[in-house]
Ligand binder design. Sequence first.
Ligand code: ZN
Length: 223
Amino acid sequence: MKITYLGHASFKIEEDGKIVFVDPWLSGPTSPITVDDVDKADIVLVTHDHGDHGYAEALGICKNTGATFVAINELAHKAGSQGVKEIHTLNIGGSVNIGGVVVTLVQAFHSSGIGAPTGFVVRFPSNTFYHSGDTGVFSSMELLSDLYGPIDLALIPIGSYFTCDAHQAALATKLLRPKNVIPMHYDTFPVIEANPEKFKSLVSEASPNTNVIILKPGESTEI
Ligand code: ZN
């Protein structure tokens, strides 16, 4: 599984011949690419309706590439009404198999313009990742590995103010039991400045079996 960090909460994940974008805020200040740079995508996921999570860019990617848009019911219906041809209108707990990639909508504790805030568990044939969306920590995160695990990669916010801080994110990691974790949603704005090395040291104490990967916007890694 190849992971490219596009800044903030935005990721491009490539696995088993599929390309998935999550929260593609490609007009954001830390994005290394724009919508026009994306010429291939299969699935685009948007966790919630806040401008910094890329709903508008997701529409552009889906229209340019024919990718399938997946979000909570109200947001996906809006995308359909705005010209996206392939949509899935999930709600919390629901799954859909898109060409062999199983996408599950899971809870998050946050707010949202329309619909409700969510996270995603995405199961490729070979690997599984969890993107928490914007959220604080919650104890039922531990159910996600029970239901859908093992989780090969978790993407967790550490920036505080709008989401988990590093301490909450370390506890989230302990509950999720992923093989790898990448911190996100920090340093984009002054109010969410955070030190990912502090998160790394907290995880190495509490979850020694989890590997912490710190990426700068534009960097990729393979797991
Ligand atoms: Zn948000």
